[in-house]
Write a protein that binds this ligand. Structure first.
Ligand SMILES: [Zn+2]
Length: 47
């Protein structure tokens, strides 16, 4: 309920999520989502 307060004072508590070949950050407290990065791009460097 007051989770936005911790986001406001402490900052967002981002955790890494992977979905549909994309990785993005999501806040545990308020659910705010960053824009995603495509994993295909990173895997290109392998090999
Ligand atoms: Zn937050």
């Amino acid at each position: 309920m007051w989770s936005w307060l911790s986001c406001f004072f402490i900052g967002h508590e981002y955790t890494v999520h992977c979905e549909h070949g994309e990785v993005y950050l999501r806040c545990l407290s308020c659910g705010r989502r960053s824009h995603g990065w495509s994993l295909e791009h990173a895997s290109h460097h392998r090999g």
